[in-house]
Design a binder for this molecule. Structure first.
Ligand code: HEM
Length: 386
């Protein structure tokens, strides 16, 4: 376990799978979400008391409410929608053009979560509003984990003003969806479930925005990284196009190993405790990092290599050496949704297109903000599959 220089926090990188398991599975009690003594969370300001950032007492009932939307059979029922929306998006691309697949995947995954979870169509303007708000503000939001970070909010900094304007625009999109559903109630989508509880609009907004953001930003990154990796591997593209779904699933898992969109999960101790053989005080911050564990040679032969076959011919990984979706009570509610969506979208793109890195394009490099985004996008040269 190593001490890390995080301002205002006693932060430790935990690299023992047993200690990671304990921190994730005992999350609502001894190990709480967030950074430092008060559990600061960068996303709390955006998502309020939505499922991702809610306190433990509220969390249990919220999770029960939302869970039915993510049951295995229900998710399986979304599969054809995943394929149809991806096929329609890819049909608009042109032979020989260079496209930023990260941007394309952001629009697509947002349309997918709106269609499936919200039973709504979001227009192009709404897609631009939401994706621009995320792209421009992650750095400003990350300030929130710094001590006094919220004080900066009171200063008229350009970043703060931009965030306020973007946030109001995103709220207008979400309240628009809520109003539309109120006018046509009775479905089994997320908004119908939330409206039926009679909870105040502000709470509905928190839950809805949480699922809209958590439900597309991470998957957009996962898909962008997947296409970046595949752009160097024409044989893998062929195998996916030939319909080998087991292989495509292995590709998605391997991509989540090398580029886990949730690259760090933060917890803090609510009381003094021994973690990984070391006594730590209350308020100590623990960083559980899929990025670090997924590339540790102790668990992965040739850890830096993209080799989807390891998921087909090797033993399953040690349980807490691979946790792209976290674990325990706060585990990703959309994990099966995300995996199936990623497989179907990857298949749909490879069915019609082959792709290579854009000649002379900027390098594809990770930018670890709240999520792991490709800093300059993923520019690829597209060719129609012949
Ligand atoms: C590849 C895609 C995805 C990745 C890597 C991912 C990763 C994660 C991780 C690591 C957590 C746990 C955070 C923590 O313990 O502090 C989480 C929570 C969550 N995720 Fe995902 N996620 C993905 C896709 C999705 C999708 C598609 C949805 C919904 C449609 C979703 C909704 C949520 C929600 C609501 C939570 C909070 C759960 C709770 O606290 O009960 N995620 N996600």
């Amino acid at each position: 376990m190593a001490r890390l220089p995080v301002p205002g926090a006693r932060a430790y990188l935990v690299s023992d799978p047993i200690a990671i398991q304990e921190a994730l599975t005992r999350t609502q009690r001894e190990y709480a979400k967030g950074v430092g003594r008060r559990g600061r969370e960068p996303l709390k300001r955006v998502l309020g008391d939505g499922l991702l950032t809610s306190p433990p007492d509220l969390h249990r009932q919220q999770r029960r409410l939302v869970q039915p939307l993510f049951h295995r059979e229900r998710v399986a029922g979304y599969a054809e929608t995943f394929t149809a929306l991806a096929t329609a998006a890819a049909a608009g691309w042109r032979d020989g053009e260079v496209r930023d697949l990260h941007r394309d995947m952001t629009a697509l995954t947002l349309a997918i979560v709106a269609r499936t979870v919200f039973d709504a169509d979001v227009g192009d303007a709404a897609v631009t509003t939401v994706s621009r708000a995320l792209a421009r503000n992650q750095r400003a939001l990350r300030r929130e984990i710094l001590p006094g970070g919220t004080l900066l909010d009171r200063l008229p900094l350009p970043a703060t003003r931009r965030w306020r304007a973007d946030s109001a625009a995103v709220d207008a999109v979400v309240y628009g969806l809520i109003e539309a559903r109120r006018a046509a109630p009775g479905g089994s989508d997320l908004l119908s479930l939330l409206l039926a509880t009679g909870m105040p609009d502000r709470r509905i907004r928190d839950e809805a925005l949480t699922l809209l953001l958590a439900g597309h930003e991470t998957t957009a990154n996962a898909l962008a990284w997947t296409f970046a990796l595949l752009s160097h591997d024409p044989a893998a593209q062929e195998r996916i196009a030939a319909g080998d779904r087991e292989f495509t699933t292995a590709v998605v898992r391997e991509s989540l190993r090398l580029y886990p969109p949730a690259w760090a999960i933060w917890r803090h101790l609510t009381e003094p405790r021994e973690v990984g053989g070391r006594r730590l005080p209350a308020g100590a911050t623990l960083i559980l990092s899929p990025w670090v564990m997924h590339r540790d040679p102790a668990w992965w032969p040739e850890p830096e290599r993209f080799r989807p076959e390891r998921w087909l011919d090797g033993p399953p990984p040690a349980r807490y050496a691979y946790f792209p979706f976290g674990s325990g009570p706060r585990q990703c509610v959309g994990n099966e949704f995300a995996e199936l969506e990623s497989v179907r979208v990857t298949e749909a793109v490879c069915a019609t297109w082959t792709f290579t890195p854009a000649p002379g394009g900027r390098p594809v490099v990770p930018q670890p903000l709240i999520t792991l985004r490709p800093r300059y996008g993923v520019p690829l040269l597209l060719r129609v599959r012949r």
